[in-house]
Design a protein. Sequence first.
Length: 442
Amino acid sequence: KVKLMQKSSIQYILKVSIPIFFANLAIPMVGIIDTALMGNLGSLSYLSATSVAANLFSMIFWSFGFLRMGTVGMVSQANGRNDYTEILNIVVRNLLFVLAISITIILLQNLILSLSLKIFDLSEATRNLYEQYFKIRVYSAPGELTLYIITGLFVGLQKTKTSSLAVGFFSILNILLSIVLVTKFDLNIKGVAYGTLFSALITSIIFLIYMFWYLSKYTKITINFAQIFNLKKIKNIFNINLNIFIRTILLTFSFLWFTYLGTQIGEDFVAANAILINLVFLSAFILDAYAFSTEGIVGYSLGKKDLNLFKNIVKNSFILSSISGLIISIIFFFTYNLVINLMSDINEIRELSSSYAVWLIILPVISSFCYQFDGIFIGASQTKELRNAMIFSVFSYLLISILLIKFLFNTGIWISLCIFMILRAVSLFYYLDKIYLRFRKN
């Protein structure tokens, strides 16, 4: 019992969150290095093509984030029951999903490329570079999506050092390969695309081998087709993954909508908002470390049917997340001018960004609550509630933003984003009793 209570302590949450925190910081560094490599080739087309193509693949792969989130919830609950045979079945089942999704993406690559070129208005030079990157990067799908399963497994097992090592290894290898291929082999845009492709495949192969070796210590590695293709469990996984998929698509759309609203005012506002929202995303990477670690412990508490453990993890994780959000806000308060000046050398954009920096300071505290609720509901596999809460929050956000932009212009965009974060937290709080009801049933 003492060991279970320790799993919900602030010290334990910090212990499992710190590796995720450092791994999460490595992720945006890949984009920063790729941007720097392309930004020094003497042509804006390299930078534009890489930026648009990389963002497209981020959106595509992020849309399948349910592979990681669904794996965490199911694995952590099976871990609470000490059912490693089921954990193995979950992993193999989800790897088959990865295979099917990857094959579909690769087979449909020409259609995806054609549609994306219709959406993005690119010059001929940029278009050619974009196609070169796309036709290489698309084959990284099996590797990148497999990493979702690997990280989901080890987060679910509360082995966050291993999941963070996988993410960190992928990011650092990606950076090193891109630098070598661009600077030593003069592959230019193909170099950063191959860098991501090779690093994804190498990392996924290494950690797949390690993953099955690790599981072999607890259960015999055998493929039980009757269990893996159990229709009831496949239907359950499908429902969980579909709900998370809908939730993720809506969340992605909400940030695209944020950018779209800026275009309705002017390009200078788009640029200023882009600087600030990227800093908001940076704070999200930090705060997500607590959400990730919470996922595994929440699922574990349900597997153990321990209500006190669940209550403690909810309370202590919110304390840590909100305090961290406050610290980030204080840091932004004292450094926003310096950071904005580093991100742009255009005085008009610097001044415009600074005039809206108050929202950069406010958002980390406000958003910390919805990030943490996400972790709780993902760990509990309450994905229907995640979906419904996001549907309510996004449609409310759309209506509020359309109204506020008419009267408050860019300030209205930022106020509506803050309201969106609050609505996400409030709507999930409304559903929290659904998780408590599962403990009472047990």
